[in-house]
Design a protein around this ligand. Structure first.
Ligand SMILES: NC(=O)c1ccc[n+]([C@@H]2O[C@H](COP(=O)([O-])OP(=O)(O)OC[C@H]3O[C@@H](n4cnc5c(N)ncnc54)[C@H](O)[C@@H]3O)[C@@H](O)[C@H]2O)c1
Length: 438
């Protein structure tokens, strides 16, 4: 394929060299004429293991060249990758000046082109940047319609400097968010020889994936370092501890706990986080990430309360009281707190939870609920149908198949607040459906 690559920095030059290696005709474009000259001289403008050889090979077999002329790079290619910088502005926001300039240049060049061309952005940009800024600019300058007259895709890059060529060839997955199937297929075909899951998704999902990745990576480093600092003060070998930690691929390094929904609770997570952060404080160790998990959870619980109270309706039916389905453990259940606040504000609350039988609660669990919700007996009901029929708002607070079926019976005048993604078809409820997460 004939490919042009805008931006010959750490991402662009690696993509250019690897695509040339894989047999494509690649033309790099950069406003920096020194970089352009270096590529044309067969030299790498950056330090990256293995890259100099790939660039020299690309020049030798005439698969790789560079230019400063954007128009010719659009005209002579079927697809263009955009890998220009998206730095931070002084206030932390994203500085999109370079993106604006390149979109204007590419849009102007597209006006002159009759063949179908696909513009693929790889620069890291916040969700909706493509739809609200880049695509309108390309359309305005070209006088053509994105997704119809030319294709647009957002295709995040996952390489790491220092191992970039290996990462290019063995990515964790390939993510393509395109305006149309033809463009998605064309980008996907570039990776035919690469063994990695291929994901086609919306443009804005592809944009946000990259931020979720990097936020999680940063969180992992900060978490590991805080645990390491606690290890130092308690004379524990942090490397051994984290090696043991990483052996748990069921709960620790796994999709578990990574399904956005409601707040955490139960008898362990809040208690143990409090104890660990107390230990850190008593050792004079600052652990803001560990501390923040509890405050983040409190904010999420507050969001749930606001979601319920936003509608001016007073009769609330709650599905599930324990902290998760399949248990009668009420200790630190976020729903117990929610009910307590609603009752305190004068709402008429009814709760259905077949796992919770008051006469069978005992020990700490019973003491907790007697303390937090002494009037619970008057709120719990056995008849799910009656609760559904007589609630203006129904709140699904634990995930169960029974509740998924039950909410299907709701009338058009009733509101569903789904805290745990119990509902499979959210669209069926239209604007009566509300959730804490997207
Ligand atoms: N560096 C990484 O490891 C990495 C990994 C994944 C994603 N990213 C993202 O990829 C993007 C590029 O990062 P980078 O580190 O390669 O940037 P970089 O600063 O190394 O390179 C950007 C290049 O774009 C050129 N450029 C700017 N405007 C141009 C224009 N109008 N036409 C042609 N060239 C132009 C610049 O001269 C520069 O050479 C950023 O959004 C970054 O966040 C970077």
């Amino acid at each position: 394929m004939k490919i042009s690559i805008f931006g010959l920095g750490y991402v662009g030059v690696v993509s250019a060299a690897c695509l040339a290696r894989d047999g494509h005709d690649v033309l790099g474009v950069d406003t920096n004429t020194t970089k352009v000259a270096m590529i044309n001289d067969g030299l790498s403008p950056i330090v990256e293991p293995g890259l100099s050889d790939l660039i020299a090979d690309g020049r030798r077999n005439q698969r790789l060249a560079a230019t400063a002329d954007a128009a010719s790079a659009i005209d002579g290619a079927q697809v263009s990758f955009v890998c220009i910088q998206t730095p931070s502005a002084a206030n932390g926001s994203l500085d999109l000046r370079f993106v604006v300039r390149v979109a204007e240049e590419i849009g102007t060049a597209l006006r002159e082109k009759s063949d179908f061309h696909v513009v693929v952005f790889r620069s890291t940009m916040l969700p909706t940047t493509m739809e609200h800024m880049v695509m309108p600019m390309l359309e305005a300058r070209s006088g053509k319609k994105a997704g119809v007259d030319f294709g647009v895709a957002y295709h995040p890059e996952f390489l790491r400097e220092g191992t970039a060529i290996k990462d290019y060839s063995q990515p964790p997955r390939t993510v393509i968010g395109a305006t149309d199937e033809r463009s998605a297929e064309l980008v996907a075909s570039l990776y035919a020889g690469i063994d990695a899951p291929l994901v086609k998704c919306s443009v804005r999902t592809a944009e946000l994936v990259k931020y979720a990745d990097n936020a999680f990576h940063a969180l992992k480093v900060a978490f590991g370092n805080e645990i390491g600092a606690i290890c130092r003060s308690t004379e524990v070998d942090s490397q051994e501890l984290m090696r043991i930690f990483c052996l748990d691929t069921k709960l620790n390094l796994s999709p578990t706990y990574l399904k956005p929904g409601y707040a955490f609770g139960g008898s362990c997570l809040p208690k143990d986080l409090r104890a660990l952060t107390y230990l850190a404080r008593s050792l004079d160790i600052q652990a803001p990430v560990l501390e923040a998990a509890l405050s983040s959870n409190a904010v999420h619980k507050q969001r749930a309360l606001s979601l319920v109270t936003a509608h001016g309706k007073k009769t609330i039916g709650i599905l599930g009281l324990s902290f998760k389905d399949g248990t009668d453990d009420l200790r630190e259940s976020p729903t117990v707190e929610l009910v307590e606040q609603l009752v305190g504000k004068g709402y008429k609350v009814r709760i259905y939870d077949p796992n919770v039988t008051l006469t069978q609660l005992m020990g700490e669990n019973k003491a907790y609920i007697d303390r937090e919700l002494p009037h619970i007996a008057s709120l719990l009901v056995d008849d799910l149908g009656h609760l559904l029929a007589n609630s203006e708002i129904v709140v699904a607070a634990t995930k169960s198949r029974q509740y998924a079926e039950a909410v299907k019976q709701l009338r058009p005048d009733q509101i569903l607040i789904d805290l745990v993604r119990v509902c499979e078809d959210r669209n069926a409820f239209g604007d009566r459906y509300h959730a804490l997460v997207g």
